[in-house]
Design a protein around this ligand. Structure first.
Ligand code: GDP
Length: 531
């Protein structure tokens, strides 16, 4: 944004809204992203972000592996202006093999939009991501998508939120017309009927018509009355809008729509502007909030290598937490205490890159050729120094022993493995049973292993052999003196993570229970998404 650099960061921070969409694959995240961007007019034609259906898009093809699979495994941020706000929409890769990257993005946002498919409701990946939001206290807006198709009842979907994730729905719109016969919505704040009109292919912002309740009753009759009655039922069960409950993440505003037809998309954008939290001072590692208008500071939440196949570069994505970022400024990396020059800074989304000159709290900057930066690093300028807490590591579900395919490359192997561990591509574990020479790689999603194997071969010139371990259940060992109990189990062992956590891993929940039954004194703690 080309605002003069002396503009007050406080003012700029106030108009930032930084959020991510959390959803299960196929719920319509790409479609919604396109629709939001289209509505805000950053791209002229729906389809140019994602490029589905043969349209030339900016779908990321940074790695050949991605190309082969036709999916995106990278995260970045799309920035656009809407009303008087600057919206940063951070991408969470939604593939079924999603990895820790997806979770980490949530450390860089101030809110999330939970996108549900009206026919499916809460799905496994949505639940996992929602868990992380809840753990971090991130407020969630809910968009129930695909209302143009036959699906479940609105009341039933709302009940599901209460019953399965203890989240009170507070609808701000209510669908008029059953799923598949979507005519528009009851706009709760005004009580009016907002009627949608279809446009060819949904490529343009959907025209809306506002009708008073009387007009609505006269024109759509029963569907309107039903919508009113259903909404009233929800009100009785605590669905009245309460901003405080949204902010403390115990309740969620709910909208209904159809992203593919641009129905409900304007409502969502307005809601993001009106309601989504703006950046607040982030606490440093000692718990002291860093004032938004202090000196520049940011933290790295993602490092992506090989984004540009022509120059195997490395981009570190950082979220600005305070002050004004200006391209070219020299900042300090709090981990190494070394200066870092920021000449090459970009906004990256898909293949589209543009140079960033200035950024404010809430924005995401992509630091190109940032080989010295690691996930979790803090960057700052001036004094005093600041260091933000490290990013959480998540419970891995996949484990593999790594060995060099070519034993003469042991040195490159070690260097590469350590680098991947430091970047957070995989978690690096060691075990008493195997020793340092045979590190265990652990991942939330198996695709992390593919990225690791690819990079070991092509970047570090040290092809690796991965032998998968049969573990699928993991807990944190509560008491170090009990290591031997787990190590002695036939289907379990203890693996040490670089952050000092002792992970007790088991072939399955059954073998865990058997060991616990034989050793009731064993202290095991859950390890989902620890902070
Ligand atoms: P993603 O995997 O979450 O990014 O989902 P996509 O945006 O790729 O959408 C998955 C499929 O659902 C595509 O075929 C979309 O055209 C379709 N889709 C998305 N939104 C809607 C909607 O509102 N209504 C209908 N009927 N289909 C939709």
């Amino acid at each position: 944004m080309s605002t003069p650099h002396d503009a007050a960061p406080l003012h700029e921070a106030q108009r930032r809204r930084s959020f991510a969409v959390i959803s299960h694959p196929d719920a319509g995240k790409s479609t919604l992203t396109e629709a939001l961007a289209l509505h805000a007019r950053v791209i002229s034609e729906a389809g140019s972000v994602h490029g589905k259906g043969g349209r030339q898009g900016v779908v990321s093809d940074w790695m050949s592996m991605e190309q082969a699979r036709g999916i995106s495994i990278t995260s970045a941020a799309l920035q656009f202006e809407y009303r008087d706000c600057v919206i940063n929409l951070l991408d969470t890769p939604g593939h079924a093999d999603f990895s820790e990257d997806t979770y980490r993005v949530l450390s860089a946002v101030d809110s999330a939009v939970m996108l549900l498919d009206a026919a499916k409701g809460l799905e496994p990946q949505t639940l996992k991501l929602f868990d992380v939001c809840r753990h971090r206290g991130i407020p969630v807006l809910t968009f129930i998508n695909k209302w143009d198709r036959p699906g479940r009842e609105a009341l039933e979907l709302c009940d599901e939120l209460v019953e399965r994730i203890d989240l009170q729905p507070m609808p701000l719109t209510w669908p008029v017309g059953s799923p598949g016969h979507f005519q528009g919505v009851l706009d709760v704040p005004t009580g009016q009927f907002v009627r949608y009109a279809r446009t060819a292919g949904g490529a343009k912002a959907a025209p809306e018509e506002n009708l008073s309740p009387d007009e609505a009753e006269a024109e759509v009759g029963e569907d309107w009355t039903t919508a009113r009655e259903e909404y009233d039922l929800l009100l009785e069960s605590g669905g009245e809008f309460d901003e405080e409950r949204f902010r403390d993440a115990t309740a969620t505003p709910v909208l209904f729509g159809a992203a593919v037809l641009n129905f409900g998309v304007r409502h969502l954008l307005d809601l993001v502007v009106d309601l989504a939290p703006r950046p607040v001072p982030r606490e440093d590692a000692d718990g002291a909030p860093r004032p938004l208008d202090g000196e520049f500071s940011a933290f790295v939440f993602k490092v992506q290598t090989g984004m540009d196949p022509a120059h195997r570069d490395q981009v570190a994505f950082a979220r600005v937490c305070s002050g004004v970022f200006e391209r070219g400024m020299v900042v300090t990396n709090a981990t190494t205490k070394r200066p870092f020059a920021t000449k090459y800074v970009q906004q990256v989304f898909g293949q589209k890159r543009s140079t960033v000159d200035t950024a404010y709290p809430g924005d995401v900057i992509g630091l190109v050729n940032a080989t010295a930066l690691r996930v979790g690093d803090t960057l700052y300028s001036g004094k005093p120094a600041v260091r933000f807490p490290g990013l959480p590591q998540f419970a891995p579900a996949h484990f593999a022993v790594a060995t060099p395919s070519d034993l003469s490359k042991a040195k490159q192997f070690r260097k590469g493995i350590d680098q991947l561990g430091a970047e957070g591509v995989v978690q690096l574990l060691t075990s008493d049973l195997r020793g340092e020479g045979a590190p265990v790689l652990a991942a939330v999603g198996p695709m992390q292993f593919e990225v690791a194997t690819h990079r070991m071969e092509h970047e570090f010139n040290a092809p690796v052999k991965l032998d998968r371990l049969p573990y699928s259940a993991v807990r944190k060992l509560g008491d170090s003196s009990q290591r031997s109990i787990v190590d002695a189990g036939r289907r379990s062992e203890v693996l040490d993570r670089a952050d000092g956590t002792e992970l007790a891993v088991f072939e399955d929940e059954m073998s865990l229970r058997i060991l616990l039954r034989a050793n009731p004194e064993l202290e095991l703690e859950p390890l989902l998404a620890e902070g």
